[in-house]
Design a protein around this ligand. Structure first.
Ligand SMILES: [Zn+2]
Length: 336
């Protein structure tokens, strides 16, 4: 069977005609297989959703109990048949519960990897390469200029600044699902055992990570109403990036604004966001991880879903791998 008969791009997302299901559809569908809980991939309103237990829990926490008509837990590594098509969820190393989806029929195997990274991350299961005929990859950081530095080194820069400016609050912007918990976990791994204060928007997901056995250490609410701004002098406060523009953020005394994102490699973005201490921490593969993974899964063909498709498609061509961009719309590159 031709790979394009097994999975094809449609306006609502990647569609499997023989299985009659979508992967990460951007609009409500009858049957959706969801790779992970980020809101551009996991949307509410599908009649039936199949995803890992963690992704289903995260969807329930974000959208409420009625986020789908019915749900089915995908156990990592287990094969399930949907209308004669085999599907298997395999860890993607992106955020807690994230999975690649292996779709197979009549000897043709396609891996839809969703968002993924290859670096160590104690908050989720590591990416498992699966050899396949077609590898579908994102390309959020799909340019050779994107080479993420060592995560431990970025965290040490933050701790160095905390030691250097004991009278200032270090206000760290990090996305609510995955990045915030990873920053906290990295701080713990670096030996930081003080209480870390978190914005209310991070509480539910951080509690959920904790309930799943990911030790985030002592956390406290970064609530200013009751205390004085000086209470947080010398402390680390983690918040969603969007909270930076709230009145809440302006009440801290002389804050050092930090932002944990792969985009912090780009000076213009650092300036635009008024970030004093950029921390280059990404939950997406950088250029070396993308190209290394493509080599590792030995796919003769690569489809690129979203991000900077052109350079990666060109790299594949130069390396004798057939490649094409899928031009899928509706996936954001800021939600990492
Ligand atoms: Zn994601």
């Amino acid at each position: 069977m031709r790979a394009s008969d097994l999975l094809c791009p449609m306006p609502k997302g990647l569609y499997c005609p023989p299985g009659d299901f979508y992967i990460d559809p951007v609009a409500p569908v009858e049957r959706a297989l969801i790779t992970h809980g980020h809101s551009d991939h996991a949307r509410s309103g599908h009649a039936h959703v199949m995803a890992t237990a963690e992704t289903l829990d995260i969807m329930g926490l974000r959208y409420g109990a009625g986020y789908a008509g019915s749900v089915q837990i995908a156990r990592p590594g287990e094969t399930t048949a949907i209308n004669g098509v085999s599907v298997r969820f395999v860890p993607a190393g992106h955020v807690l519960g994230s999975a690649q989806i292996v779709v197979e029929q009549d000897g043709t195997r396609i891996v839809a990897s969703g968002d993924y990274k290859r670096r160590a991350d104690a908050t989720c299961a590591p990416f498992e390469p699966v050899e396949c005929d077609v590898f579908i990859t994102e390309a959020t950081f799909g340019l050779p200029v994107f080479r993420h530095p060592d995560s431990g080194m970025e965290i040490r820069r933050l701790l160095h600044s905390v030691a250097q400016f004991p009278d200032r609050t270090h206000l760290v912007g990090a996305y609510a699902l995955g990045k915030a918990q990873r920053v906290i976990r990295l701080l713990r791994e670096a030996g930081y055992d003080r209480k870390i204060f978190i914005h209310g928007a991070l509480q539910t997901l951080s509690d959920y990570y904790h309930s799943q056995g990911i030790d985030l250490g002592p956390l406290g609410p970064a609530t200013l109403e009751k205390g004085k701004a000086s209470d947080f002098a010398g402390e680390i406060v983690i918040s969603t990036p969007s909270a930076f523009s709230d009145r809440w953020a302006r009440r801290f005394a002389d804050p050092v604004t930090c932002f944990a994102s792969g985009w912090m490699q780009i000076r213009q973005r650092v300036r635009q966001r008024g970030v004093e201490l950029p921390l280059i921490l990404s939950d997406h593969a950088d250029w070396d991880e993308l190209t290394g993974t493509i080599r590792e899964v030995k796919a003769p063909e690569v489809w690129v879903t979203h991000g900077r498709e052109e350079a990666l498609v060109r790299w594949c061509s130069l390396n004798g791998i057939a490649a094409r961009p899928l031009h899928l719309v509706g996936y954001e590159d800021e939600s990492e």
